[in-house]
Design a protein around this ligand. Structure first.
Ligand SMILES: *[C@@H]1O[C@H](CO)[C@@H](O)[C@H](O)[C@H]1NC(C)=O
Ligand SMILES: *[C@@H]1O[C@H](CO)[C@@H](O)[C@H](O)[C@H]1NC(C)=O
Ligand SMILES: *[C@@H]1O[C@H](CO)[C@@H](O)[C@H](O)[C@H]1NC(C)=O
Ligand SMILES: *[C@@H]1O[C@H](CO)[C@@H](O)[C@H](O)[C@H]1NC(C)=O
Length: 689
């Protein structure tokens, strides 16, 4: 179209401008085109004023009919686009160094809190000068503790996280432990010698466990044209075998009629007494739908960077990661004493990261070094012919590597070594079979849940995913069985968390996590499993940011640390942003909401903003290519009816008319807080713009 119109437009403006300025068009002399004749004729007939009028009307017309955002850039009227280019527009994101909190009335002096015990106080915008270092922060500290180091590098002028100045920080450490926990801890010892963190690939909360009546269950039932009761009963019986281990771990029933199967006997049996098993948290969203950003949240208790891919590995993570905290404990333990001590609290910690898939994708190996893992096991290690447990028929099940079962002997080794060396193990394991393309090992029987006619094309992916979920469910049982076999189950805390969810055609118009803010990518299971802790159902509208503070709180409260380490931990717990989930969660504090963020894969394009205080959710675009999206999870828990707008004002007016003024006002605040947070995060990571 441009090719066709360029000459005409050019001729038109040439005529107009030359008529306006009373000069002859330069083109008259050189141009040999047929337009010359036209120009000559029109110029003679029409005076300059007429051309100006035509020009102005044309411009106005263009201005009026130009398309709305986001297509506005497609057409622009010349004088306005010139002006826009000349007038510098206010930048979208706040500059990290000059980023004032947008709700100043909530953090004004009247709201400040004085220090109290381990609580450091809270007074944003008030420069207290340098903070005095705690007792434990002397000598050389392990990586991750730079902000406590006496030899801080003054030449670089780095930014550090300071809980006293964080306008969003809400602590619940001043609240009492959950009542059943207090009772249990008074009752009997609950030793936590070892900690296992199982990050579960693409594991949605609605498949952990799979439940009757869920959106997903309805989708499966609806795929059958004739809902013959017998067939539906058989189908439900089949579905009841999807996630039996998840049902045990969460204490949530799938609500489907149980049928027995031959394979049942090979499944893991819970040794915990009735009513025991630990905490199951409902209402958790992941901190990021990009796996390795989520790994940072789960291991370090920080938000990741709202930038595409793993920019975090180019800077320092702004809090010590759990492995580094354990390393700090080691610093104060004498080798000789630890290796002979019968007192578990005097033993040294060791850390291992194990997964059956590649460790070099997206620089994960560099990230794991940064998090502080001393040992790692990846596909690259176990696939070597000279690897300890190599066998010729190892089978790759997807483009990332092997099935989890291939690392079973390596996990066993890690446990054996820890026991032999009288050490305490921090083991991190990342499952992988539930990743696209949901390949299964040959021996594992795939099942069909959706109807024949609906399977091809429509429900194929979800059906494969459900089979991989069933496979991983049995694998989790095997892992727990290994803890039983090694005799450490009763002294091991196992944290299960989904790295993120996974949206399918059944959930959202866009599938997958990439640039897709849909809620099914964010709801994840979170369980703190310990056979000697009471089974407690917790509901907290929180994120995986709470994992590290909760693990630390549990270590102290179960008396699984010596006095010195307890002191350090009580101090450190007051440095993290997340709340502890073994105490009642604070959805608000003195007028402030507990904001939740979710970095949407790949990271820098859009941000999920939510709050524990309201059921609303805003997808905030960080570039001009995406819309603002609003959902009300109370009325629309599966986000089937989203409100969209290309500008905040657009969206707010739509939200107000559909959900009321309060919801609209919330969106206004969420947008401001989200934008502020993006700048703040870059500041904390010392990310140069
Ligand atoms: C401080 O940082 C600068 C720049 O990164 C570096 O050149 C210098 O050696 C550092 N100094 C110390 C004492 O670490
Ligand atoms: C249930 O599973 C069995 C195999 O385990 C299969 O033969 C049967 O067709 C399934 N029934 C339904 C209704 O999906
Ligand atoms: C864990 O402790 C419970 C009760 O204290 C006991 O019944 C169970 O056998 C123990 N499990 C293991 C694996 O030691
Ligand atoms: C979590 O949010 C939901 C609405 O989304 C609300 O009904 C519920 O009360 C909240 N739970 C807590 C513990 O704040």
């Amino acid at each position: 179209m441009s090719w066709v119109f360029t000459r005409v437009c050019s001729a038109f403006f040439d005529l107009w401008l030359s008529a306006l300025l009373g000069v002859h068009s330069t083109e008259d002399i050189h141009e040999e085109s047929k337009l010359d004749d036209l120009k000559a004729v029109t110029k003679r007939k029409h005076p300059a004023r007429l051309w100006t009028a035509i020009g102005l009307i044309g411009t106005l017309l263009l201005w009026l009919i130009r398309p709305k955002v986001p297509y506005s850039h497609i057409s622009g009227a010349i004088p306005f686009t010139f002006l826009e280019a000349l007038v510098s527009r206010t930048p979208e994101a706040h500059h990290p160094m000059n980023n004032a909190f947008p709700l100043p009335e909530l953090i004004s002096e009247g709201h400040w809190k004085a220090p109290d015990g381990n609580f450091k106080g809270w007074s944003p915008n008030f420069d207290m000068g340098t903070r005095s270092l705690p007792d434990w922060a002397s000598g050389s500290l392990p990586p991750g503790f730079e902000r406590w180091s006496e030899e801080k590098n003054v030449t670089t002028m780095k930014n550090y996280y300071n809980p006293i100045n964080d306008p969003l920080r809400i602590t619940n450490l001043d609240r009492k432990l959950l009542e059943p926990l207090t009772r249990a801890l008074k009752d009997h010892d609950v030793p936590i010698t070892h900690v296992v963190l199982v990050m579960m690939e693409s594991t949605r909360k609605d498949v952990f466990p799979f439940k009757s009546g869920s959106h997903l269950h309805r989708e499966i039932l609806n795929s059958y044209k004739s809902q013959d009761p017998d067939a539906m009963h058989q189908l439900n019986a089949n579905l009841s075998h999807l996630t039996p281990i998840a049902e045990i771990l969460t204490g949530e029933s799938g609500g489907l009629p149980k049928s027995t199967r031959e394979t049942d006997s090979s499944h893991w049996k819970d040794t915990a007494e009735a009513g025991m098993g630990g905490l199951n948290i409902n209402g958790v969203l992941t901190g990021s739908s990009l796996s390795f950003k989520s790994e940072i949240v789960n291991h370090c208790g920080v938000w990741p960077l709202p930038l595409d891919f793993m920019e975090e590995i180019k800077s320092d993570i702004y809090q010590p990661c759990i492995v580094q905290v354990l390393e700090l404990f080691n610093k104060f333990k004498k080798n000789s004493f630890a290796s002979s001590s019968r007192d578990l609290n005097e033993r040294r910690w060791t850390s291992t990261f194990i997964q059956a898939v590649t460790g070099i994708y997206a620089d994960q190996n560099i990230l794991n070094d940064q998090i502080g893992f001393k040992k790692t096991v990846y596909r690259e290690d176990i696939g070597q012919k000279d690897a300890k447990h190599y066998h010729a028929d190892m089978e790759e099940i997807n483009y990332f590597g092997y099935s989890e079962r291939e690392v079973y002997p390596y996990i066993e080794d890690a446990i054996d070594d820890a026991i032999k060396n009288n050490e305490r193990l921090f083991l991190s394991h990342f499952t992988s079979t539930t990743h696209h393309p949901w390949g299964l090992p040959k021996g594992f029987q795939s099942e069909q849940y959706f109807s024949d006619e609906s399977l091809i094309g429509k429900h194929e992916d979800m059906n494969s995913y459900l089979n991989s979920v069933r496979y991983v469910d049995t694998w989790l049982g095997d892992m727990l069985g290994l803890l039983d076999k090694k005799g450490i189950a009763n002294e091991t805390l196992v944290v299960f968390v989904g790295d993120h969810g996974q949206a399918f055609q059944e959930d959202s118009p866009v599938t997958g996590c990439y640039e897709n803010g849909h809620i099914s990518n964010f709801r994840v299971p979170l369980i703190f499993r310990h056979p000697l802790l009471p089974k407690i159902q917790v509901t907290a509208n929180t994120t995986s940011l709470s994992i590290i503070p909760t693990i630390l709180d549990l270590l102290v409260q179960t008396k699984s640390l010596n006095e010195k380490d307890s002191g350090i931990t009580l101090d450190l717990m007051n440095e993290y942003e997340g709340q502890s989930l073994i105490r009642p969660y604070k959805a608000t504090d003195d007028g402030r909401q507990a904001w939740n963020f979710g970095i949407i894969s790949a990271g820098g394009e859009m941000l999920s903003v939510g709050s524990a205080a309201f059921p609303y959710r805003l997808i905030l675009p960080l570039t001009q290519d995406f819309e603002f999206v609003f959902s009300n999870l109370e009325t629309d828990p599966d986000e089937e009816n989203l409100l969209r707008g290309w500008s905040v004002d657009d969206l707010v007016s739509r939200v107000k008319s559909a959900h009321g003024d309060k919801a609209g006002q919330w969106v206004v605040e969420a947008e401001k807080v989200g934008r502020w947070w993006v700048g703040e995060s870059k500041r904390l990571y010392n990310h140069a713009e």
